[in-house]
Design a protein around this ligand. Structure first.
Ligand SMILES: Nc1ncnc2c1ncn2[C@@H]1O[C@H](COP(=O)(O)OP(=O)(O)OP(=O)(O)O)[C@@H](O)[C@H]1O
Ligand SMILES: [Mg+2]
Length: 189
């Protein structure tokens, strides 16, 4: 398996947080052209991991792990960042939550493209309408953000999962993200 687009890693990170019983998840994507860095951070208030567990999750082939399925999401993200002049950082505290930070050298030849972040955020919200989800995306010094709490406040009694609402949300995200790049498809820092 090769996650060719960073949006797939975003989905995996959010899925991990949901599996960890988080009800608050923050996704921040930062494209810093001056520092030549692309950073993806996912913060959750789930059950967290012990220090041993954090060490363990980056090695998918440790033989002591027989009690559960061998995950590949974090090892693949670790390899992907390392290959692209970046790194993966995991901060976690049992009972409190987890902060995963994936850093890439923006202009690195091996950095995967972001992929369809608008569709990814829409999917996360559509599948988890109860989740307090906050997404912010920074390109240079432009910020675009969407939170489920502000969407719910605007919608009132209309369910977030209504098809018309989701269609509107998809367009809103697509336009908001395109505007970060000055309305054009942004290829290089
Ligand atoms: N946000 C998180 N909070 C608590 N535990 C986490 C979190 N993210 C990952 N973990 C732990 O690390 C393990 C490995 O995660 P990883 O994404 O690599 O694999 P997976 O989710 O188990 O399987 P896969 O992603 O391949 O479907 C998870 O099974 C979980 O136990
Ligand atoms: Mg996973």
């Amino acid at each position: 398996m090769n996650m060719r687009e960073l949006a797939l890693h975003v989905l995996d990170l959010v899925q991990n947080a949901i599996e960890a019983q988080a009800n608050q998840i923050t996704l921040e994507i930062k494209e810093d052209c001056t520092a030549d860095l692309l950073t993806i951070q996912v913060l959750d208030n789930g059950h967290g991991m012990s220090a041993d567990m954090v060490k363990d999750v980056l090695d998918p082939f440790v033989t002591t792990r027989i009690t559960r399925r061998i995950g590949l999401g974090l090892p693949l993200l670790d390899m992907s960042t390392g290959r692209s002049g970046g790194y993966l950082d995991i901060q976690s505290e049992p009972g409190k939550g987890t902060k995963i930070t994936a850093v890439y050298q923006y202009s690195h030849f091996d950095r995967p493209p972001l992929g369809d972040i608008a569709a990814t955020v829409k999917t996360i919200i559509a599948l988890n309408p109860e989740l307090d989800f906050r997404y912010s995306h920074i390109v240079r010094n432009q910020v675009f953000s969407v939170t489920t709490s502000e969407l719910l406040a605007i919608l009132g009694d209309i369910p977030l999962t209504q098809p018309e609402v989701l269609e509107w949300l998809g367009d809103y995200l697509t336009v908001g993200i395109a505007n970060l790049y000055g309305g054009e498809k942004f290829e290089n820092c």
